[in-house]
Ligand binder design. Structure first.
Ligand code: GLA
Length: 372
């Protein structure tokens, strides 16, 4: 979406003048490489059309004021004060991680608007962090690049929102676009932009089940992976390339580690120039591994994924993001995504669930490889 004019007038209503800076960042959907980023592994996200927008200006006193179009009220914050709850925690996180490094940072008035679905596993928080850091970079003329922005955004989330996330979402919000998959090595941050497999497009469906448990179970999975690596005498599960080597571990660490090691291999396979059919098969295997070995699926996601996988115009489907609810991503035959989305939602509805289409029919055009 483009920055909505109505929200410019809201900014003026709330803060009394035009914003000095407007910035934005997209949400993302991850195609393969789930729960691998905090194990130094490989990921394959792509930006979605939905974005978060931030309008901001310097404040005239010692208070920052934060408002979100998606929520009521105005949050007041004074540097170094208590961390507010909700969306403002992410803003304070961005503000504080920058303040530690740059004297130029001063209080701001800031208005957020977003059409990135929240709680669907499409990185609404990373989009908010990256949009905010971009805005602060411009307002205070900071010498930081897009990788710095991703790393600062991750720090903001880990330290101020309490989720020990990896770097995938922030790198995607900062560097990905809608036309290319971002193949990222989360250990070295080396990356390549790649086209989707030929004759394919994406469908992203929300299961309608909010991601409950995500924070605590996410941190628990992360701790299990660390323990597995520890017991195997390696620094990170990335250092293993044979899933069978995880068999020596006790339950459930063996299955957690097997997911990570096999998922890394699936990403590497997927970027070796496979067909849409082969890519879809890798997505299906990823879902099975997330469901059985990593245990981050729920019945609604399994039902939606199964309906997608059984459809003749779908190459493959899986849950996307951290799991425990949220969205599914599928690779569809080019030109069929929108219709498939509607058909699957009807079938999903007849099973007693209520989903919605979040993305359908995005397809890369003008392919121009880049990145490093
Ligand atoms: C969340 C985290 C990411 C990543 C995914 C799972 O989105 O923010 O860092 O770990 O879960 O792949």
């Amino acid at each position: 979406m483009n920055y909505p004019k109505a929200q410019l007038s809201d900014f003026i209503d709330f803060f009394g003048s035009q914003p000095e800076v407007i910035s934005s960042a997209p949400g993302r959907v991850n195609l393969l490489g789930e729960h691998t980023d905090y194990n130094d592994g490989f990921v394959l996200p792509i930006a979605i059309p939905q974005s978060t927008w931030v309008a901001l200006s310097r404040s005239e006193d010692e208070w920052s004021r934060f408002r979100s179009e998606n929520m009521n009220g105005l949050v007041h914050y004074q540097a170094g004060g208590a961390i507010p709850s909700g969306f403002a925690a992410y803003l304070v996180g961005c503000f504080e991680v920058l303040r530690e490094e740059f004297d130029a940072i001063a209080p701001v008035n800031l208005l957020v608007s977003s059409d990135v679905p929240m709680g669907a596993g499409l990185s609404s928080s990373a989009a908010l962090e990256v949009a905010t850091l971009r805005g602060l970079r411009e307002l205070f003329d900071l010498a930081i690049d897009d990788i710095d922005i991703a790393l600062l955004a991750q720090q903001a989330e880990v330290r101020f929102a309490g989720v020990r996330c990896g770097i995938m979402d922030q790198m995607a919000a900062s560097l990905a676009d809608e036309r290319h998959m971002l193949f990222l090595d989360t250990r070295t941050l080396e990356r390549r932009l790649l086209p989707l497999p030929e004759q394919s497009e994406l469908v992203v469906l929300d299961s309608g089940v909010p991601r409950s448990l995500a924070g605590s179970a996410y941190n628990q999975r992360r701790a299990e992976c660390e323990e597995a690596a520890n017991r195997l005498g390696i620094s990170m599960l990335r250092d293993l390339d044979d899933p069978d080597l995880t068999d020596v571990l006790p339950e459930p660490l063996n299955r957690r580690a097997r997911h990570v090691v096999s998922e890394n291999q699936r990403v590497l396979n997927a970027v070796s120039g496979v067909s849409a059919d082969e890519f879809g098969t890798l997505m299906n295997a990823s879902h099975q591994s997330l469901r059985d070995d990593f245990e981050v699926s729920v019945p609604a996601l399994d039902c939606l994924v199964e309906l997608l996988q059984d459809h003749a115009d779908i190459y493959g489907a899986r849950l996307t993001g951290a799991g425990f609810g949220g969205a599914c991503v599928a690779l569809a035959r080019a030109g069929r995504g929108a219709k498939v989305g509607e058909e699957i939602l009807a079938a999903y509805g007849s099973k007693g669930y209520q989903g919605r289409v979040l993305v359908s029919g995005s397809m890369p055009t003008d392919f121009d490889p880049g990145g490093s």
